[in-house]
Write a protein that binds this ligand. Structure first.
Ligand SMILES: C[S@@+](CC[C@H](N)C(=O)[O-])C[C@H]1O[C@@H](n2cnc3c(N)ncnc32)[C@H](O)[C@@H]1O
Length: 334
């Protein structure tokens, strides 16, 4: 399946940031440097400039070449993908919030389930970037099988992102920055790619919500993983065995992760002139006609106070903490 025509509107040389043009099977920059496109995926990954960061990135790349997350087992049609997203809430709310003509970039897309799901609206242009080729190939296989012409997958590194500055309406990066050595620096790199008034959607492990998981991690380490049923996800009946195995490895054997608070990310927003729009779970109250089952991600919400945030995050130990403790903040670039 050929690369979508629009891809050169969004990709950029990871080395120089300059535009790329398509020449036969390659993408070429203005100095003639060529990047291969193999199995329909442009290979635009180059190392992070700092040696310390590159060490962690390389370790994470190796990990996610072996653990393709999230698992695709049983997801063999667009309707199953839609069903999964609808059940998760977050996917559905995102789909409802993103306009049909928007350009969307998902960074750290993993196996590209969200990228493909959002691309089921054929008028959107959706691109997924990740450094793990084995994960991207799963997304690409789904894309080819169901002929999603408006979706593309690219291999790249967050810290040398192969995307044009100020090019996308919506940027999503969920479950990724906490696996990098510099989450705030990564956030700033991502923000460069968002247009003015565009949205940035950031999902991170929460400092409070993840405490029970951290405790279980220590326990599993001491007991060789025999008490896995203590994790609520491992007890779920609606998730098959292989997906549970991927989840367990991702959550309990991940070589690098950090935890973050709501106020820390709000501080990044303030420093970078990003307006807070909403949180999942909500952090300061709901807007009109909103319920826990129907969140309006791109409508401006009250931000709440630092005291409210601490109280909410303590409560998250017993809610989102059961499924990894990931919270999401949505901001608008001013
Ligand atoms: C836990 S998975 C999350 C996948 C997906 N966003 C989701 O929520 O299901 C983390 C992903 O981040 C990717 N990743 C980690 N560091 C990266 C980097 N420096 N550049 C690009 N991708 C990276 C990994 O390859 C992996 O696929």
């Amino acid at each position: 399946m050929p690369l979508p025509n629009f891809i050169t509107d969004y990709v950029a040389c990871p080395e120089t940031g300059s535009p790329l043009t398509q020449e036969r099977d390659d993408l070429v920059n203005e100095y003639g440097i060529r990047y291969r496109v193999i199995d329909g995926i442009p290979r635009l990954l180059i190392p992070t400039k700092s040696a310390e960061e590159e060490k962690v990135r390389g370790m994470m790349q190796k990990f996610y070449e072996g653990v393709t997350f999230p698992g695709y087992d049983g997801i063999d049609s667009p309707s199953v993908l839609m069903d999964k997203a609808t059940k998760s809430g977050f996917g559905r709310w995102l789909d409802e919030a993103i306009p049909p003509l928007a350009s969307v970039l998902e960074v750290g897309c993993g196996t590209g389930q969200m990228t493909n799901f959002l691309g089921l609206v054929s008028t959107r242009k959706v691109m997924g970037i990740d450094q793990s080729i084995s994960s991207l190939l799963l997304g690409q296989q789904f894309r080819e099988r169901f002929d999603l012409k408006n979706v593309s997958f690219v291999q790249g590194n967050i810290f040398t992102l192969p995307a044009k500055n100020s090019s996308v309406d919506v940027l999503i990066c969920s479950g990724v920055l906490h696996h990098t050595p510099d989450p705030e620096g990564g956030f700033k790199e991502l923000l460069k790619k968002v247009k003015k008034d565009g949205y940035i959607v950031i999902g991170l492990y929460n400092r409070y919500a993840r405490i029970p998981l951290g405790a279980r991690k220590c326990l599993f380490r001491c007991t060789g993983g025999t008490l896995r049923w203590l994790d609520a996800h491992m007890r779920r009946r609606d998730v098959d065995k292989s997906k549970k195995e991927i989840w367990f490895t991702d959550q309990y054997r991940n070589p690098h992760e950090s935890w973050h608070s709501v106020d820390e990310v709000l501080q990044w927003f303030t420093e970078c002139n990003v307006q807070f729009i909403s949180g999942v779970p909500e952090i300061g109250g709901r807007v009109k006609d909103e319920t826990p089952q129907k969140q309006k991600l791109f409508e401006r919400h009250p931000a709440g106070t630092p005291f409210q945030h601490v109280m909410k995050q303590l409560g998250w130990m017993f809610t989102i903490g059961r499924e990894g403790g990931l919270f999401v903040l949505v901001g608008r670039k001013k």
